[in-house]
Design a protein around this ligand. Structure first.
Ligand SMILES: [Zn+2]
Length: 88
């Protein structure tokens, strides 16, 4: 899926989720079962679209021991340079 197509799909699911939430609000104290089921189904559609990327592997900075990206050549904490770790 292209970035543009993915963004369009995300936008569509967010619009649907907004609609489901307002449906649920309108039901008020009445029987909200159907609205809740639809809201849950829409939420399940959204989850795979917003799943965060896997955490980047990290290493400790040899100077300040701060946590930096495995392949970083400069520490974001102390700003000193070091050789990036070999890729696993
Ligand atoms: Zn450092």
């Amino acid at each position: 899926m292209s970035d543009l197509a993915a963004r369009e799909k995300l936008r569509a699911v967010i619009a649907e989720l907004t609609l489901r939430l307002s449906d649920l609000a309108l039901v008020g104290a009445g029987d909200a079962t159907a609205a809740r089921v639809q809201l849950s189904a829409t939420w399940q559609k959204l989850l795979p679209l917003i799943e965060p990327e896997a955490e980047m592997p990290r290493r400790a900075c040899p100077h300040c021991k701060g946590s930096i990206a495995l392949l970083a050549t400069r520490c974001l904490h102390c700003w000193k340079t070091s050789a990036p770790a070999a890729q696993a």
